[in-house]
Design a binder for this molecule. Structure first.
Ligand code: 5GP
Ligand code: ZN
Length: 139
């Protein structure tokens, strides 16, 4: 179901142009219009969902093969030094468009993208406490 105020729904409907790379029954891929590096692309679900938490599981299952298809084309065409697959949920995580999308994010050594974090050893008691809280919600 499309959301009439949603920019990505409008792109899927053809009301707003895009550099479309691919589409199938459940997914749509295009260039990001504000690329961080060359080859920055987006894979979105055709059905409107705010983000991962809201999306249909079958739509999500269709996303990863499309991400792979796009990432392979980016890899062959541009030969970046690496590729991150990034997906943001809610503003604190950096989400700015509230229709599910995955970034195919080509990387160059020392490109300065602030995505990687160091590994500080965890407090295992704290890890276990948090584990128990999440496990209580798993179904
Ligand atoms: P987010 O910040 O939500 O993870 O990512 C949203 C992405 O959508 C941004 O990278 C932004 O550049 C991209 N974007 C925003 N508006 C448009 C648009 O109209 N067309 C395309 N192709 N990308 C867009
Ligand atoms: Zn939408």
């Amino acid at each position: 179901m499309a959301d009439t105020d949603c920019i990505f729904c409008k792109i899927i409907a053809g009301e707003i142009p895009s550099f479309k790379l691919y589409e199938d029954e459940r997914t749509f891929a295009m260039m990001d219009i504000n690329p961080f590096n060359d080859g920055h692309c987006l894979v979105i679900t055709k059905a409107h969902a705010v983000n991962l938490l809201d999306a249909d599981a079958a739509d999500l299952a269709a996303v990863l093969p499309t991400v792979q298809k796009v990432a392979r084309a980016v890899e062959t065409a541009l030969e970046p030094e690496g590729i991150n697959i990034i997906q943001a949920n809610d503003p604190a995580a950096g989400q700015t468009v509230f229709h599910y999308h995955c970034h195919v994010f080509p990387r160059l050594l020392n490109d300065g993208a602030l995505l990687n974090w160091g590994h500080t050893p965890g407090d295992m008691a704290r890890v276990e406490e948090i584990y128990n809280r999440i496990m209580a919600e798993m179904n």
